[in-house]
Design a protein around this ligand. Structure first.
Ligand SMILES: C[S@@+](CC[C@H](N)C(=O)[O-])C[C@H]1O[C@@H](n2cnc3c(N)ncnc32)[C@H](O)[C@@H]1O
Length: 464
C-alpha cells in the first residue's frame, strides 16, 4: 500500500510547529488529528461493477466508505486535479455524526458523563468535548481535501451556527485566511416553533438561514457570475427617468434636444448622450410601429441607450429623460436567502430527510465549474451533488464529472427509507442517482449518465 503523498502535509505540520507561539486555535486531540492525515491509507478501492451504471463508459465515481480513507486513496490520481469540492458535513447538532476514527477515544478519556442539572462548568466541559470531537473529525479531512484541489479550484462548505465560528478558524489555518472568498447565507424554512415560548420569555428567535463558506485554493480561482431574478418592479419593462446629475461640471453642460443647463449637469458625456438621442429617433421613425421599445432593445443586442425630451417637462432637466432598460438579472451577492437550503424532489422523496436543494448546488457549481471539471462531495448523503452535476450537464451540454464519498451508515430503524428496504445511506445515494438518470436519460444522448461504484476494503497482506 502506497503511503499518502505527504510533502506539503509535512510542510504544513512543520510550519504549525514553528509558529507555536503565535495566535493558535487549540483543542485536545488536534495534533493527533493532523498526524492522522499523514498516516497511510489502510484500505483499497474495490470496484463493484454489478451496482454501477455504464461502468466502462463513465468518469463519475461513487465511493462507499469512510471519507478519511477515501481522501487518502484519491490523492494518488487526483491530487491538484479537483476543480470544486462541495461538502455538507454533519453540523454537530447533537449525535448527528458517525465518527469511527480512533481519536474519539482521546476525547473520551477521563471525561465526565454529564446529565441534566449539571453545573455550568460540567456543561462547558461536555460542550468543548463535543466541539473537539467534531474539529478532530474535520481537520484531517480538510487538509487532505486541500491537497486535491486544483490551483484554480475552490471548496464550498455548508454549515450552521453550531460550528461556523470554529470552522472559519480551522479553514483560515488550512486554506489561508486570504483565500476566504465569501460566506453565503441560504434560507431555511420559516418555523414558528419558538412562538410557544413567547409567554414565558423568548430566549432566541428561530434561525432563518445557514451558511456556505467558500475558500479558494489560491488567487487563481475566479467565480463565474451568477444572476438572480430581478424583483417584480424591475423586471419585464423598462422605464423613463429624469436625465440629470447634481454634480456641477461645466463640460457636462451641453445642448441636448434644445436645452443647455446653466448649473448642474447632464448624466453622461456629450457623445454618449447624442448617440442615445439618435437611437431613440431611429426607433421612433423606423421601428415603433412594429415593436415596443423593449423588443427593439432586445432585438438590437440589449446595449443601446435612449434619450428623449418630454416637451412639457419642467424641473432642472426640462423634461429630458433617459430610458432605464429592463433588468434581465441581478448579479448575485452573498445573500442567497431567495433560495431554500433544503428541498426534496421526486428523486429524493421518501429516501432522505432534508436533502440539500439541488438548485442551490447547481448555482454553486455554476459559480465555480463552468463546463468541465471534477466535482467532489465527500459527505454525499442522498447524492444531491450527483443530481446537480448530471442535470446541469444535460441543461448546458457541460462535461463535468463527480466523485461522491459516503459511509454506509445505517438508516434509522424507524425511517421511511428503512421501511422501504434501504438499510444504509449508500443504498439511498445510489437509488437517488438511478432515479435522476431515469428522469434525464431521454433528454440528452451525449451526457455521461453513469457511475462506477467502488467500495473501500481493508488491505489484506499475503499470509496476514
Ligand atoms: C448532512 S448529510 C449530507 C446531505 C447531502 N448534502 C444531501 O443533500 O443529501 C452528511 C452525510 O455525511 C455522511 N458522513 C458522515 N461521516 C462520514 C464519513 N466519515 N465518511 C463518509 N460519509 C460520512 C453521513 O452519513 C451523511 O449522510
Amino acid at each position: 500500500m502506497k503511503p499518502v503523498k505527504t510533502d506539503s502535509l509535512d510542510n504544513f505540520a512543520e510550519t504549525a510547529e514553528r509558529h507555536k507561539e503565535r495566535f493558535r486555535f487549540e483543542w485536545p486531540g488536534k495534533e493527533a488529528a493532523i498526524k492522522s492525515a499523514r498516516e497511510p491509507a489502510t484500505q483499497n478501492l474495490v470496484p463493484v461493477e454489478e451496482e454501477s451504471l455504464h461502468f466502462n463508459d463513465t468518469r463519475n465515481l461513487y465511493i462507499e466508505g469512510d471519507n478519511l480513507e477515501a481522501l487518502k486513496v484519491l490523492q494518488d490520481k487526483y491530487s491538484g486535479k479537483i476543480k470544486m469540492i462541495y461538502i455538507d458535513p454533519p453540523y454537530n447538532t447533537g449525535n448527528d455524526f458517525v465518527y469511527n476514527d480512533k481519536f474519539r477515544d482521546i476525547h473520551n478519556k477521563g471525561t465526565h458523563k454529564s446529565g441534566p442539572g449539571e453545573s455550568a462548568a460540567d456543561e462547558n466541559a461536555l460542550s468543548s468535548r463535543n466541539h473537539s470531537i467534531w474539529l478532530s473529525m474535520m481537520y484531517p479531512r480538510l487538509m487532505l481535501a486541500r491537497q486535491l484541489l486544483a490551483r484554480d479550484g475552490a471548496i464550498f462548505i455548508s454549515i450552521d451556527d453550531h460550528e461556523l465560528h470554529h470552522l472559519r478558524v480551522i479553514c483560515d489555518e488550512i486554506f489561508g485566511a486570504s483565500n476566504l472568498r465569501n460566506t453565503f447565507a441560504v434560507r431555511r424554512y420559516d418555523k414558528n416553533l419558538n412562538r410557544q415560548f413567547m409567554a414565558n420569555g423568548l430566549k432566541t428567535f428561530n434561525v432563518g438561514f445557514e451558511y456556505i463558506l467558500c475558500y479558494a485554493k489560491s488567487e487563481a480561482f475566479e467565480f463565474q457570475p451568477v444572476f438572480r431574478e430581478p424583483s417584480q418592479k424591475r423586471s419585464a419593462t423598462g422605464y423613463w427617468k429624469g436625465f440629470w446629475n447634481d454634480a456641477d461640471r461645466p463640460t457636462m453642460r451641453y445642448d441636448l434636444l434644445g436645452f443647455t443647463p446653466e448649473t448642474g449637469q447632464w448624466k453622461w458625456k456629450q457623445e454618449t448622450a447624442l448617440e442615445a438621442v439618435n437611437n431613440y429617433k431611429e426607433y421612433l421613425e423606423h421601428f415603433s410601429s412594429q415593436m415596443s421599445l423593449e423588443e427593439y432593445w432586445i432585438h438590437t443586442g440589449m446595449t443601446k441607450k435612449f434619450i428623449r425630451r418630454n416637451p412639457n417637462g419642467k424641473g432642472k432637466n426640462k423634461g429630458v429623460e433617459n430610458w432605464i432598460a429592463p433588468s434581465s438579472g441581478i448579479l448575485r451577492s452573498s445573500n442567497w436567502t431567495d433560495l431554500l437550503v433544503s428541498k426534496s424532489d421526486e428523486t429524493s422523496k421518501g429516501l432522505f430527510d432534508f436533502p440539500k436543494n439541488v438548485e442551490v448546488i447547481k448555482t454553486l457549481i455554476n459559480t465555480a465549474c463552468k463546463s468541465e471539471g471534477i466535482i467532489l462531495d465527500f459527505f454525499a448523503g442522498s447524492s444531491t451533488t450527483a443530481h446537480a452535476v448530471m442535470e446541469l450537464n444535460v441543461q448546458d451540454g457541460g462535461e463535468r464529472s463527480f466523485i461522491l464519498v459516503q459511509i454506509p451508515e445505517d438508516t434509522h430503524p424507524k425511517s421511511h427509507a428503512r421501511k422501504e428496504g434501504y438499510e444504509n445511506i449508500c443504498q439511498i445515494g445510489k437509488e437517488r442517482i438511478n432515479r435522476v438518470v431515469d428522469k434525464l436519460k431521454g433528454e440528452s444522448a451525449q451526457v455521461d449518465l453513469g457511475y462506477q461504484v467502488f467500495r473501500l476494503e481493508n488491505v489484506s497482506f499475503p499470509g496476514g
